[in-house]
Write a new protein. Structure first.
Lengths: 290, 315
């Protein structure tokens, strides 16, 4: 605005007008990005300050530094077990999802199964439509009939079923992108299909397997609804459910416990994300474009 | 959806070896039998925990099944009674309207527009600013929902919340006075990362030279978006809208913040079903609502798929 003087108006050529607009656009872009940054960072501040504050309040503030709050974790009977429960659920589900999805994706990528694409899109659509939320009644019923209420295995299987279609979809994309020539030459040298899987395919698509594994762990680690529905009592409950009970169950919430527990519970997914993004780059590959 | 009627174990057999012309790109010599074997574990789990529950919803929805009491032992088929009851129920209709507000506000307007704007603003940037902005947005997306729910409860707290302290308006009860707005903004914050990443990948498909040409020809940002960018990323936009609409429609995390309250003013369908079926014990009625939700999901998906298909025909 102030950059455009009245005299410049007549002498201004097309490129200079473009240049002025570029400067304005650049300023606008910076302002926008700063607002975005503030919006996304603001709610997270509390998580960074409160756990280390010797008198944590509900507002984010500069802490009087202390590590004493972490003792509250050990005093609570369910805090640490719930994290262990989360590890079991997330690890078990991720293992099943990666293994089963890799097998299925490889088969679908390399062998022309009739109606493959329709099947894949159908399943993906189905898994987006049929979610834990819309089917909580029959899932509860099903778990009850199969004797999977209050069972970690039940939670793992149900979560695996829900994650598999998308996992197969993502992995098939990775498999499609790897050239078959390695497998062909290995076969010429007499390797069996399972050897080829183990020694050629798995190492080549390892970034894909890692992506899906991390994605599955992150999904289960944060999943509240399925364990909330299926697990009774706090001894098997994962951290997601315990966290919820910590701030909803009667009386004044213990902010020392809440803040340290939130941080400890959030840390694994955050670290995993840092690891993946530094190692492989946290980006979408071609899979989603059509 | 043919599998809906078949029992899981039957389909395991059905998915067995299929004979036919040998496939071309089978580089590892897998063969159809082994390929089918590779598919079995996934298909069994998907069938059991996705397809069967979906089919079961339909059956439960026409019964008066309850969690406790007489109807728990001998549920009776009551036909469409649950559906007529739902459609005439003020609370259900209210919940439906709130859900549509939630999807339009937080997914279509919030996540998709904000995500695109951020991806566009960052498109040819490398360096610390981009990394910091992306890191915070992704953090909001990957942290566990019960943690972020509490972070937002703390942020919006009436007496001591960070937001009221910053705005200098203590005593403003955001969650009580504006429960829908609160969860809409919360969900925008929570889910923008996905749209941002998807559009970032999409924008790489737009040739830089085209944008440069348009810019030098004096096209405004709006014109560039409309004529150069949008035609190339239409497929991405539709896919993105489809996924985030479905996710948001079925999102349960508002329960963690407002639990549907106050007075059902933020009771979206996901929360409503939970309250009716599992807290209230009316499993049959809850299943009917679930089935209506499934149908709405299906309609959303079909609308987007049709739009995608039309795009393909034209291409």
């Amino acid at each position: 605005m102030s950059t455009v003087t009245p005299t410049a108006d007549e002498t201004r050529t097309e490129p200079s007008r473009v240049a002025v607009r570029d400067v304005l656009a650049r300023i606008g872009r910076y302002v926008f990005l700063c607002v975005v940054l503030a919006f996304f960072a603001l709610p997270l501040l509390w998580l960074a300050t409160a756990p280390f504050d010797d008198t944590p309040t509900i507002a984010a503030s500069l802490p009087q530094f202390t590590l004493d709050n972490f003792r509250a974790l050990l005093d609570n009977p369910y805090a640490m077990t719930s994290l262990l429960n989360s590890v079991w659920l997330a690890g078990g589900t991720a293992l099943l999802v990666v293994t089963f999805a890799a097998l299925a994706a490889y088969a679908l990528s390399r062998v022309r199964v009739p109606g493959r694409d329709a099947l894949l899109y159908g399943l993906l659509l189905l898994s987006s439509i049929v979610t834990g939320t819309a089917t909580m009644v029959p899932l509860f019923e099903l778990a009850f009939r199969l004797n999977l209420i209050d069972s970690r295995l039940g939670v793992i299987l149900i979560l695996t079923g829900g994650l598999l279609p998308a996992a197969i979809f993502i992995l098939k994309d990775f498999m499609d992108a790897t050239p078959t020539s390695y497998e062909e030459s290995a076969r010429v040298f007499g390797a069996s299909p399972l050897q080829i899987m183990r020694h050629i395919v798995v190492p080549v698509v390892r970034p894909g397997l890692a992506t899906v594994g991390v994605w599955a762990v992150a999904n289960v680690w944060g999943n509240f609804l399925v364990p909330f529905l299926l697990l009774r009592g706090p001894d098997k409950a994962p951290a997601a459910v315990i966290m919820y009970t910590l701030y909803t169950e009667g009386g004044q919430a213990d902010l020392r416990l809440l803040s340290t527990f939130s941080l400890l519970y959030s840390l694994p997914v955050a670290l995993m994300f840092v690891f993946v993004s530094s190692r492989y780059g946290f980006r979408f590959h071609g899979g989603i474009k059509r | 959806m043919v599998q809906v009627t078949s029992r899981p174990d039957e389909t395991v057999e059905g998915a067995g070896p299929v004979t036919g012309p040998s496939p071309a790109p089978d580089a590892a010599g897998l063969g159809r039998a082994r390929a089918a074997g590779f598919l079995v574990p996934s298909m069994v789990l998907i069938l059991l925990f996705l397809v069967v529950p979906a089919a079961w919803t339909i059956y439960l929805g026409v019964t008066n099944y309850r969690l406790t009491g007489l109807a728990a032992a001998n549920p009776e088929v009551v036909g469409l009674e649950n559906y007529t009851r739902a459609l005439s129920d003020e609370r259900f209709r209210n919940s439906l309207v709130l859900t549509l507000q939630f999807v339009l506000g937080s997914a279509v307007i919030g996540q998709a527009c904000l995500g695109f704007a951020i991806a566009y603003a960052l498109r040819d940037r490398r360096g610390p600013l981009r990394r910091v902005v992306e890191a915070f947005i992704l953090l909001a997306w990957i942290l566990p929902s019960s943690v972020v729910a509490f972070l937002w409860i703390a942020l919006l707290d009436r007496d001591a919340g960070t937001l009221n302290a910053l705005l200098g308006m203590p005593g403003m009860a955001w969650l009580l006075d504006y429960p829908m707005l609160s969860i809409i903004i919360f969900n925008t914050w929570r889910g923008t990362a996905f749209s941002m990443m998807l559009y970032a990948a999409a924008l790489e498909n737009v040739p830089r030279s085209h944008l440069e040409t348009a810019r030098l020809a004096g096209a405004s940002t709006g014109q560039q978006l409309r004529d150069v960018v949008f035609p190339r990323i239409r497929g991405h936009v539709l896919t993105n809208l489809l996924l985030i609409s479905l996710w948001t429609f079925n999102d349960f995390s508002p329960f963690l913040i407002t639990a549907g309250g106050p007075e059902q003013r933020s009771e979206i369908l996901a929360v409503y079903v939970y309250k009716v079926a599992l807290s209230g014990g009316e499993l049959g009625f809850g299943a009917a609502i679930s089935f209506i939700m499934l149908l709405i999901n299906l309609v959303i998906a079909l609308i987007y798929l049709r739009m995608l298909g039309r795009r393909k025909e034209r291409a």
